[in-house]
Design a protein around this ligand. Structure first.
Ligand code: BES
Ligand code: ZN
Length: 617
């Protein structure tokens, strides 16, 4: 009799993780820069969940060149199932006999990656900052780990990891370094261990001309040697402060070190919360310490996401909404403005949320907190919605229950689901159970329309944000609206004392107007406020959008240069959209020129935006 098999809650994996689950993975890879591939093998300890009748293991794989498969040391029968877009090929491994429940099958797969690999980017020396050495890095979230090695590529399964990586250049990974007896790394073999179980999407490696420096008692920054000093300056003031703040809000950091790898400019995200080593865009290094919210965010993932994980990408808000909530709590500790700063960030977030809702359409499936991803690619559903609707949900709960009570729930939640994965329904029952002995909170929670929050499309109710940090900026935007019709005459003093993020809000206001700015005024704006000179891409990219919208020819060239120097999708995608509206031929020509510079994920997204049928925010 077969034991009861749980149905799978993750629709984005082909693996049969209801029969076996990965307990430990060892990844042995040789980084071959000349061929742009990883060559080696991966060894999974797969624990049987059912009884001896379970004679088949199916793993996710995508664009891999598989050589052979051994089960418990013996060559085994295997087969790649037909490709199923967007999930890749199931790798079916047939066992001679079943594995009793609780017992381990050791599966060793020899393979190499291919040119089609979606998780790795290989850079020529010319694409790095000092142009001396090649570089490679991985980006596995959401479902790209399967294009590095066959695995149960689902956030619902967690395993410990060993990394044995050979490279002619220094290597960074999402584990703590294991030193040999002499305390060093030898013969180009870099070893790491991740003792905390992690899902496959947190597997990460990078290799290149990388040096590192201390930015705090438990933290280092790693980057290209000649960029080290400026990266250190940007990050050393705040990283440990953030860590101390969140250690208190939840409980102490469990991963040993919190390090940051500042990548070459084609890194497609602002940051990626790889354990032990956050991967970050170099656009963070803006020489004004104004983009450290990204660090507050990625650090917060060390609890939400990395320890307590969404059970499938349909519940992605549990990762990103919680992280955005924590980011804004943590960020308060370095702000002079206290709670008003949290509201300031939330107002910026609301704008991003409203933009995403508008772009998808207010009834769209992807505007819900819980999304249906059956047959879909989670990358296509990606937007600000899980971040900001998720944040607003938690912010609403905090206000509903009261901050003191909510603060007591936070460590409870992160203890309850530590090293586990969960869905929104488990979150709901965890909260209801926690407040069971509190009639007042229970009453409030039972009057909450949970389903509307979970399944209602479009915008949630807008909270009453404290606007004190945006009022001055809104006022300035209003003055620009009446420019020429009032006595307002712009001067640099208008923006002196504003932070880069306040300038962001100002420029976003202008982009919100139904009418674009007249081209002469747009030029004036750039000149008087010296916007194009800002070292902060958050500011320059918005100024270029304002200019393009106004039809200012003079920003087309700098936009194209920017698009060839930064591959972060947050900037690249809106800039291509703006450039396309300005002049489609210019947008296409710019893309053709820079497409090899972009990461495969970014390239694919821009291709969809420019040429595909369906664009998403
Ligand atoms: N985990 C995300 C990045 C991500 C999401 C990669 C989905 C692949 C698929 C990361 O934590 C993130 O949210 N980064 C933001 C930073 C920001 C919100 C402060 C980014 O990249 O802009
Ligand atoms: Zn995040």
């Amino acid at each position: 009799m077969a034991a009861k098999v749980k149905p799978l809650r993750d629709p984005n994996t082909l693996s049969n993780y209801n029969h076996f689950i990965t307990a430990h993975t060892t990844a042995n890879f040789d980084i071959q820069f000349d061929k742009r591939i990883l060559v080696g093998n991966v060894v999974h300890q797969l624990k049987s969940l059912t009884n001896s009748e379970s004679k088949e293991i199916i793993l996710d794989s995508s664009y891999l060149d598989i050589k052979d498969v051994k089960v418990n040391g013996q060559l085994s029968k295997w087969q790649l199932l037909p490709r199923q877009e967007p999930y890749g090929n199931g790798l079916k491994i047939s066992l001679d006999k079943g594995v009793p429940p609780g017992e381990i099958a050791e599966v060793e797969i020899s393979l190499q990656t291919t040119k089609e690999c979606t998780a790795l980017q290989w850079l020529t020396p010319a694409q790095t900052s000092n142009q001396k050495h090649p570089y490679m890095f991985s980006q596995c979230q959401a479902i790209h780990a399967r294009s590095i090695f066959p695995c149960q590529d689902t956030p619902d399964v967690k395993a410990t990891f060993d990394f044995n990586i050979k490279s002619p250049l220094p290597v960074v990974a999402s584990g703590l370094p294991v030193k040999d007896d002499a305390g060093s790394t030898s013969n180009g073999l870099y070893r790491f261990r991740q003792k905390v179980p992690i899902p496959s999407y947190l597997f990460a490696i990078a290799s290149g001309d990388i040096a590192d420096a201390s930015i705090g008692p438990r933290s280092r920054v790693a980057t290209s040697p000649e960029k080290l000093e400026e990266c250190k300056w940007e990050l050393e003031a705040d990283t440990e402060k953030f860590m101390q703040a969140i250690d208190k809000i939840i409980y102490p950091y469990v991963w040993g070190e919190y390090n940051i790898l500042v990548l070459p400019p084609s890194f497609p995200y602002g940051g990626m919360e790889n354990p032990v080593f956050t991967f970050a865009t170099p656009s963070l290094i803006s020489k004004d310490r104004q983009n450290v919210d990204v660090i507050a965010h990625e650090l917060s993932h060390s609890w939400s996401g990395n320890l307590v994980t969404n059970g499938s990408w349909e519940h992605f808000w549990l990762n990103e909404g919680w992280t955005t909530y924590l980011e804004r709590r943590v960020r308060l500790f370095i702000s002079e403005h206290g709670e008003a700063y949290r509201h300031f960030s939330a107002i910026i977030g609301w704008k991003a949320l409203a933009d995403s809702v508008e772009r998808f359409g207010a009834d769209h499936e992807f505007t819900k907190l819980i999304v249906d991803l059956k047959g879909k690619d989670p990358d296509d559903a990606f937007s600000s919605i899980p971040y900001e609707k998720g944040f607003n949900f938690l912010f609403h709960l905090e206000h509903l229950i009261g901050k003191d009570k909510f603060d007591r729930f936070i460590p409870h939640y992160f203890t309850e689901f530590k090293e586990k994965s969960l869905d929104s329904f488990e979150f709901k029952s965890c909260m209801i159970d926690f407040f069971q002995s509190d009639p007042e909170a229970t009453e409030k929670l039972s009057s909450l329309d949970w389903d509307r929050w979970f399944y209602g499309p479009g915008l949630p109710p807008k909270p009453d944000f404290d606007t004190s940090l945006v009022d001055a900026v809104y006022e300035l935007a209003r003055k620009w609206e009446t420019l020429g019709k009032s006595s307002f005459s712009p001067s640099l003093s208008d923006v002196e004392g504003l932070t880069a993020n306040q300038l962001v809000v100002f420029l976003e206001q202008i982009l919100l107007w139904e009418q674009s700015l007249p081209v002469e005024q747009s030029k004036l704006l750039g000149q008087v406020y010296r916007l194009a000179e800002s070292s902060n891409v958050e500011v320059t990219n918005l100024y270029y959008q304002v200019g393009l919208r106004a039809g200012d020819e003079s920003v087309a060239e700098p936009t194209s240069i920017l698009l060839g120097s930064i591959g972060r999708m947050k900037f690249v995608r809106p800039l291509y959209r703006a450039l396309e509206k300005f002049n489609r031929d210019t947008a296409i020509a710019t893309f053709q020129k820079h497409k090899d510079f972009y990461h495969p994920i970014c390239r694919g997204m821009v291709e969809k935006d420019l040429f595909g049928s369906k664009a998403n925010p």
